[in-house]
Design a protein around this ligand. Structure first.
Ligand SMILES: Nc1ncnc2c1ncn2[C@@H]1O[C@H](COP(=O)(O)OP(=O)(O)OP(=O)(O)O)[C@@H](O)[C@H]1O
Length: 570
C-alpha cells in the first residue's frame, strides 16, 4: 500500500492544490446554507432594507460556486491525468526491465490486466475517493464547529450515532477487501485466457474446437461476473447500514432543531441553517464509510502489483565493453530452469573473436539455453561467462547488446514498417537500411513491394512469410555492425537454397564472430566452421573441426550419419 501513497503524492503541488479547491467548494456550499437561513429571517422578520444586499450576496455566491466547481474540476482532471499516466508508465517500465526469468514467472495477460484493469480500479476506488473523503471531512468539521456554537446537544447526538454508523459497516470492510482482490484476479484470468485464445486462433480454427473454446471463455466470464456480483452485494449492505444511521442522525437533528424553534430559542432561519448543516454531517458519515472501504479494498490489489513487479535480480552493471577484441570464455557453467533437472552441466568453452562456431545436438540438449546465457537472459547460473575477461553480469547492457545480438526461431515483428523493424527506431538512414537489406538477402522482396522499405508488416509480421521475417531479423542485427552474431535455428524457415546462401554469406564476413545453433548437418557448410560444439544432455561432449569430429567416430559421427546420406562419400 505504501507504493500507492508514493504515487498519490508524486505530484505534491497538484495534490495540495486539489485539497485547497475542494475545501473552497465545501466552504461555498456552507455559505449557501447560511444564505438560505438569512433570506428566511429577512422576510420572516420584515427587514426589507436588507433585500438588495442579500440579492447581491446571492448573485456573488452563485458566481463563486460556479468558479470553485470549475477550477476544482480542472485541478482534479490534471492531477488524475498526470498521476495515472505516471503510475501506468512506471509499472510498464518495471515490467519491461524485468529479466527474462522474472518476466516469464507470470503470464503476460497478468501484466496487461495490471496496466488496464487494476489501474482502472485504483483510479476509481483510490485516487478519486481519497479526495472525496478529504472533502467530506472538511465539510463535516466546519459544519460540526458551527453547529456546536448553535447547539452542543445536537453535536452530542450526531457524534454518538456518527460513531456507531462508522464502526458497524466498517467491520464488513475486510470481507469487501478480499472480494475485491478476488475480482481483480478473475479479471487477470480472463485477460490471460482471452490473450491465449486469440493467439491460438489458427489452431482453434484448424482443429475445429470453437465450441470448446467458447465454453472455456464462458467459464472465465462467469467467474468475473460472479465475483463482481459479490462485491456489489457487500457494497450495498455497507451502504444500507450507512444510510440507516445517517437517516437516524438527520431525523434526530430535525426533531431537536424543531423543538428549539418551538421553544423560541432559535429563529426560523437558524433552524434552516441547522437542518442544512446537518446534511453536511450526515452526507459525509454516509458516504465516507463506503469510500474508506473502497480505498482499503485497493490494498490487496496494490500488494499483488508490488509482488508481481518485484525484481529478484539486482542490477550489478558496472563495467564497460566498448569493443569485443579477444574472446568469450565459459568456465564451469551449470544452469537449471527448475530444481528437478539441470539444463546445462559444467560447460567449458572458449569462443575466439571472428571465428565461426556451430552448436549441434539433439533436441532438448541445451543448445538454446547455452546461448540464452550468453545473451544474459538469465543471471542465476553457476560458473562464469566472460567477454574479454569481463564478467558479462557486470557489463553495461548498452555495451553488451551493441557487441552481441541474437536471432531466434520465432522472430518478433513490431506492427510497423519494414524499415522500423530493421533499424528498431534508431536513426539509420534509408540508404543504410537498403544496403543491409542487400546483405541479408531481402532486397528482392523490398523491390517487389509498392512502398519498399516503408511497407507495413502487419501485426507480428503477419503480412510476411516466416523466411522473410527471419531475413529481416538478420538485417536487424547486421545494421548495427554487431561483433558477435548468434543464430538460433534462424534459417529453419528458409528454403534450403536461401538458407545455404545466407549462412554462407555470414560465414564469409571476416569481422564477425558467428555462433550458429543448427539441426541441419550439411557437410559443405559445416566444413566452413572453425569449430563444431557437440552437446548432449546439457554437456559439451565433443568439439573440433568437421573433419576431426568425423575421424573421431563418436557422437557427432552418429548424428551426422543419421541425417546424411553423404556418409559413404566421406
Ligand atoms: N523456460 C523453461 N523452463 C523450464 N525448462 C526449460 C525451459 N526452456 C527449456 N527448458 C528445458 O531445458 C532443456 C534444454 O532446452 P533447450 O531449449 O536449451 O534445448 P535445445 O537443445 O535448444 O532444443 P531444440 O533443439 O529443440 O530447440 C530441455 O529439457 C527443455 O525442456
Amino acid at each position: 500500500m505504501k507504493m500507492m501513497w508514493r504515487y498519490v503524492l508524486k505530484y505534491k503541488l497538484q495534490f495540495i492544490a486539489r485539497i485547497v479547491t475542494i475545501s473552497l467548494v465545501a466552504l461555498a456550499s456552507i455559505c449557501f446554507d447560511f444564505l438560505m437561513g438569512f433570506i428566511v429571517d429577512i422576510f420572516s422578520q420584515g427587514q426589507v432594507d436588507k433585500f438588495l444586499p442579500i440579492t447581491i450576496m446571492s448573485i456573488s455566491l452563485i458566481v463563486i460556486m460556479f468558479l470553485t466547481e470549475y477550477i476544482d474540476g480542472l485541478v482534479m482532471s490534471n492531477y488524475i491525468k498526470n498521476t495515472v499516466n505516471y503510475l501506468r508508465t512506471d509499472i510498464f517500465s518495471k515490467i519491461i526491465n524485468k529479466d527474462i526469468r522474472d518476466f516469464s514467472l507470470d503470464n503476460s495477460g497478468k501484466y496487461i490486466s495490471i496496466l488496464y484493469n487494476d489501474i482502472k480500479i485504483i483510479e476509481e476506488s483510490f485516487f478519486n475517493n481519497i479526495f472525496q473523503v478529504i472533502s467530506s471531512f472538511i465539510s463535516f468539521i466546519i459544519s460540526l464547529i458551527v453547529l456546536f456554537s448553535i447547539s452542543p446537544l445536537i453535536v452530542v447526538f450526531i457524534t454518538v450515532f456518527g460513531i456507531l454508523g462508522f464502526i458497524i459497516p466498517n467491520s464488513l470492510s475486510k470481507k469487501l477487501i478480499l472480494e475485491k482482490n478476488k475480482y481483480s484476479t478473475t479479471l487477470e484470468e480472463i485477460t490471460s485466457v482471452t490473450k491465449d485464445l486469440f493467439s491460438g486462433f489458427e489452431v482453434i480454427k484448424g482443429f475445429n474446437i470453437s465450441s470448446k473454446i467458447n465454453s472455456v471463455f464462458k467459464k472465465s466470464s462467469i467467474n468475473v461476473e460472479n465475483s463482481k456480483k459479490k462485491c456489489s452485494i457487500l457494497e450495498s449492505i455497507i451502504r444500507g447500514f450507512s444510510l440507516s444511521f445517517s437517516v437516524t442522525i438527520y431525523l434526530g437533528v430535525l426533531l431537536v432543531g424543531g423543538y428549539l424553534m418551538y421553544k423560541q430559542n432559535i429563529s426560523v432561519g437558524t433552524a434552516i441553517i441547522i437542518i442544512q448543516l446537518s446534511t453536511h454531517i450526515v452526507g459525509p458519515v454516509k458516504t465516507s464509510i463506503s469510500l474508506i472501504n473502497q480505498i482499503k479494498s485497493v490494498s490487496l490489489i496494490a500488494d499483488k502489483i508490488e509482488n508481481i513487479l518485484e525484481n529478484s535480480n539486482c542490477n550489478n552493471e558496472s563495467t564497460s565493453l566498448e569493443n569485443f577484441d579477444q574472446s568469450i570464455k565459459i568456465k564451469n557453467l551449470s544452469f537449471s530452469y527448475t530444481e528437478e533437472r539441470r539444463a546445462l552441466e559444467n560447460i567449458n568453452l572458449t569462443l575466439e573473436k571472428d571465428k565461426k562456431y556451430a552448436i549441434v545436438g539433439e533436441s532438448g540438449c541445451g543448445k538454446s539455453t547455452l546461448i540464452k546465457l550468453l545473451m544474459r537472459y538469465y543471471n542465476d547460473y553457476d560458473g562464469e561467462i566472460t567477454i574479454d575477461n569481463k564478467d558479462i553480469k557486470s557489463i553495461y547492457s548498452s555495451n553488451l547488446y551493441k557487441n552481441i545480438s541474437m536471432i531466434q526461431q520465432n522472430v518478433f515483428m513490431f506492427d510497423d514498417t519494414i524499415k522500423e523493424n530493421i533499424r528498431l527506431f534508431s536513426n539509420h538512414t534509408d540508404e543504410k537500411v537498403l544496403d543491409t537489406c542487400k546483405r541479408a538477402g531481402i532486397i528482392n522482396l523490398i523491390e517487389r513491394l509498392p512502398n519498399g522499405i516503408d511497407s507495413l508488416v502487419g501485426e507480428n509480421g503477419n503480412k510476411l512469410s516466416g523466411g522473410e521475417k527471419q531475413r529481416i531479423a538478420i538485417a536487424r542485427s547486421l545494421i548495427n555492425d554487431t561483433k558477435i552474431l548468434i543464430l538460433d535455428e534462424s534459417t529453419s524457415a528458409l528454403d534450403n537454397e536461401t538458407a545455404y546462401n545466407l549462412e554462407n554469406s555470414l560465414l564469409s564476413l571476416e569481422d564477425l564472430t558467428l555462433i550458429v545453433v543448427t539441426h541441419k548437418l550439411i557437410k559443405s557448410i559445416l566444413l566452413k566452421y572453425d569449430e563444431i560444439i557437440v552437446m548432449k544432455e546439457g554437456k559439451v561432449i565433443e568439439k573440433g573441426s568437421f573433419e576431426s569430429l568425423i575421424n573421431l567416430k563418436g557422437y557427432f559421427y552418429s548424428l551426422y550419419y543419421i541425417q546424411s546420406d553423404e556418409l559413404d562419400s566421406i
